[in-house]
Design a protein around this ligand. Structure first.
Ligand SMILES: C[S@@+](CC[C@H](N)C(=O)[O-])C[C@H]1O[C@@H](n2cnc3c(N)ncnc32)[C@H](O)[C@@H]1O
Length: 377
């Protein structure tokens, strides 16, 4: 599998690079590395999202069962605990009630685990659960996970012009291609990819008109990202949301934290078998490539498209407001341990944020009753 992915993907990217006179912007590289049909990280058949790297799975899966015989590269909140989806379900229900709607649109549904937990909690209150995912391979996995729900779950090949209900995405914005930019002695360059004499991918910087959205005063070279793909996604989904709310959950910061002088190496990282590295030009197609989200940009783009920011807070605060404490109390010990990881500051509780954007006039949703941080954006 390794060679059969990396070789043709390397060749496809190299061909694209040559067609662009030997230099490919990093976002174009990342798009192919993650989503090139059949070959990109999210488009090939390898298992990606789960709790265990391959070697530990030889004996037993996380539940002591034999179902996961292949390893994974990273764990997401829904894979860690069903209490994530069950807590979010409380917020979804409130939006559906408040706005008189009955549909959920989940973007980038991974293995389908979050959808399953939400549907098991809300049952027929969700008339249709639509999934939009750019990965065909993951859509097949989702279909297996969600078979029990029949026609209640549907996959959309194209986004409808008008959306009513809840739009939901966990760790989707971070999976969208980013542009890499570098400030050297006050001047901005765009970091792209070229080929060296041995046909290896190498970095190549060019002067650019792009810049960080705020001034960065840093004496050393300052590498960072800008997010035109996530911006376009938030703009389109916000413009089409006619009734209801969008909930985006991801790791990231407000703009002034994101472009802090101390963060001079940027936020781009790769995940492979539960190890992190900062070498996206190697093992292309076998590693996830991801960057943190600029939540100020998400808020501003959504506002420009006519939505209200209904709340922004940490994942821990959001889940606490949605009632996770009561669920934890009732859960068996093993589930409580995994559920607590969603909340702990040093695990997912603080780095992950939740932003909620609403169509129509402002109202105060359940998830932001305590500890709303919209004023920090
Ligand atoms: C890091 S995974 C997260 C999966 C899942 N939400 C979870 O929490 O386990 C990113 C997902 O986003 C999908 N994705 C990336 N860009 C997308 C887009 N523009 N529209 C819909 N899905 C997208 C990927 O195919 C993948 O399923």
């Amino acid at each position: 599998m390794t060679e059969s992915v990396t070789r043709p993907l390397h060749a496809a990217i190299a061909a694209q690079l040559q067609a662009q006179q030997g230099w490919l912007a990093f976002d174009a590289f990342m798009q192919m590395a993650l989503y090139e049909p059949g070959l990109g990280y999210y488009s090939n058949d390898r298992r990606k999202i789960g709790l265990m790297p391959a070697r530990e799975l030889a004996e037993a899966g996380p539940n002591g069962d034999k179902q996961s015989t292949e390893g994974s590269d990273f764990a997401t909140a829904p894979e860690m605990s069903a209490l994530f989806g069950r807590s979010i379900a409380a917020q979804i229900l409130e939006v559906l009630e408040h706005t008189g709607t009955d549909c959920v649109y989940e973007f980038g549904a991974g293995n389908g685990t979050l959808a399953r937990d939400i549907l098991q909690t809300l049952g027929p209150r969700v008339r249709h659960y639509y999934i939009v995912d750019v990965s065909l391979a993951l859509r097949e996995r989702q279909a297996q996970t969600l078979a029990e729900f029949g026609d209640q779950v549907q996959w959309l090949a194209e986004l409808p012009e008008a959306l009513e209900g809840v739009l939901l995405g966990n760790e989707v914005l971070d999976a969208m291609p980013v542009k890499l930019i570098v400030q050297k002695q006050g001047q901005w360059f765009e970091r792209g990819v070229a080929l060296d004499a041995s046909q290896n991918f190498v970095w190549a910087d060019r002067p650019t008109v792009h810049a960080a959205p705020i001034e960065v005063h840093c004496e050393q070279d300052y590498v960072t990202e800008i997010h035109p793909w996530a911006d376009a996604f938030v703009r389109t989904t916000s413009e089409r949301l006619k009734k209801g709310a969008a909930i985006w959950i991801d790791y990231g910061f407000s703009e002034h934290e994101f472009y802090h002088p101390q963060r001079h190496m940027g936020t781009l990282v790769c995940h492979f078998q539960h190890q992190m590295d900062d070498l996206p030009l190697q093992q292309v197609g076998l590693k996830d490539i991801t960057a943190h989200v600029n939540f100020t940009a998400v808020a501003v783009t959504a506002q420009q498209a006519g939505l209200e920011v209904l709340g922004y807070t940490s994942q821990a605060r959001f889940l606490a407001n949605c009632g996770i404490a009561a669920l934890l109390e009732q859960a068996p010990l093993a589930q409580r341990i995994m559920g607590a990881k969603l909340l702990h500051e040093h695990e997912m509780g603080e780095l992950f944020k939740v932003i909620m954007l609403g169509a129509g006039p402002f109202w105060e949703p359940l998830g932001f009753i305590n500890g709303d941080r919209t004023h920090t954006l």
